[in-house]
Design a protein around this ligand. Structure first.
Ligand SMILES: Nc1ncnc2c1ncn2[C@@H]1O[C@H](COP(=O)(O)OP(=O)(O)OP(=O)(O)O)[C@@H](O)[C@H]1O
Ligand SMILES: [Mg+2]
Length: 385
């Protein structure tokens, strides 16, 4: 699929923008701070209903304005679609698909599919486990939008169970009927957490198995061979040993639910002491490695950057399998790569249906990716040359 038009009102530094786009490669270049990333952030938001840079919507609205509007026209195998989002920080956002209001914003997920690589992705390799869980969950939702609901359910149950653990813990040693009733209530929430967690865990395990070969190939393609060793990924669950599930590439939900329940029983008293939920998908880790070494704490800056990029390229490869291409967006990727890596990346992405590239220095973008060129200055986007 590809974007044919992007229009913004009061988004970040853009008061008003209307941009025609087409398939193939498009590059946006301009000095630092002129609005390049703001542009791709808007496209990412239209695809995922979230920003890759901030967790709340307030910074996305132009200073002085009270709301922002984002619009994208998309053409793909399903025909053409118009996605519109009105950001109202502090109030509900409004989402429309082909001009029809969507009561549930997440129902537009899948209309525009993107894979966005940005400098912030270094945190995928260097950051906390939460960054990698979010990566998995967002990719899961991109492969199948129903996972937005699975995630929301799990998070709701987790919040409620955690609140209950806190209040139970603060009551100290309950006795008699009060204790029995608290135990029964916690049992019920264990069951709910296991039921909500199992499909999320199954989805992540399946995803990691499907992504692994793509990651190895992408890392090898970017790094130019196994000089520093092949990259690997392993899903470490806080509740169970994923190796014990015969087929981690297609795990069944029922045994995972049972195993989660058992793990929860095992940590119950510890949980009551600490007032936190100690087992479940929210405590899991996606372990990344290069050669025999874990990346966190060991990998060089260039290796970490290449691996973060490889995670996105692998996502792209997975998402296009048997389906149309998502839009590939590369924010500021070339400046950090040596000449060999730049050229290999260029060859790798040249065949994608639509590639949007930003660069502060246009010369950093290899010749084969010239494509349609725009300059971005003071949030004005103009055709170059
Ligand atoms: N809500 C907002 N209202 C007004 N201006 C904003 C808002 N949010 C960010 N900006 C401005 O947008 C500019 C940053 O734009 P952006 O991140 O797109 O730069 P860039 O062209 O990608 O730069 P670099 O090459 O350094 O990555 C900053 O000058 C910042 O002050
Ligand atoms: Mg930028």
């Amino acid at each position: 699929m590809h974007l044919t038009r992007l229009a913004l009102t009061d988004f970040r530094s853009y008061a008003e923008l209307s941009l025609e786009l087409g398939p193939g490669v498009t590059t946006f270049s301009g000095p630092n701070g002129e609005g390049k990333t703001n542009l791709v952030e808007a496209i990412g938001y239209l695809a995922t209903l979230g920003s890759h840079r901030v967790a709340t919507d307030a910074p996305l609205v132009r200073r002085g304005a009270d709301r922002a509007v984002l619009r994208a026209a998309v053409t793909g195998a399903q025909g053409s679609a118009l996605v519109e989002i009105e950001l109202n920080p502090g109030r509900a956002n409004r989402v429309r698909l082909n001009r029809a209001p969507m009561p549930r914003p997440r129902d537009i997920l899948g209309t525009l599919r993107t894979v966005l690589f940005a400098p912030e992705d270094l945190a995928l390799v260097k950051g906390d486990p939460g960054e990698r869980r979010r990566f998995l969950d967002e990719l899961l939702t991109a492969t199948a939008p129903r996972y937005a609901g699975v995630r929301a359910d799990y998070e709701r149950v987790l919040r409620q169970r955690t609140a209950l653990l806190k209040s139970a813990g603060s009551k100290g040693h309950l006795r008699g009927a009060a204790r029995e009733s608290m135990t029964a209530t916690l049992d019920a929430w264990d069951a709910q957490l296991a039921r909500a967690g199992a499909p999320l865990l199954a989805g992540r395990m399946r995803l990691v198995a499907a992504l692994r070969p793509h990651l190895t190939a992408a890392y090898e393609a970017v790094s130019g061979g196994p000089a520093d060793g092949a990259s690997g990924m392993y899903y470490r669950s806080s509740a169970l040993n994923t190796d014990e599930f015969d087929d981690a590439s297609a795990p069944e939900t029922a045994p995972l639910e049972k195993a989660l329940l058992k793990a929860l029983a095992g940590v119950r008293s510890n949980e009551l002491d600490r007032g936190v939920c100690l087992a479940g998908p929210h405590r899991d880790e996606l372990e990344l490695s290069i050669g025999a070494m874990p990346t966190r704490g060991y990998a060089s800056h260039g290796e970490s950057w290449s691996l973060a990029l490889a995670l996105r390229l692998a996502s792209f490869a997975l998402l296009r399998e048997g389906r149309e291409d998502p839009v590939l967006i590369l924010d500021d990727v070339f400046a950090e790569l040596d000449a060999g890596r730049r050229d290999r990346l260029a060859t790798l992405v040249a065949g994608a249906e639509q590639v949007l590239i930003t660069a502060a220095v246009p010369a950093d973008v290899p010749e084969v990716l010239a494509g349609l060129r725009f300059t971005v200055r003071a949030s004005v986007v103009a055709r170059a040359g």
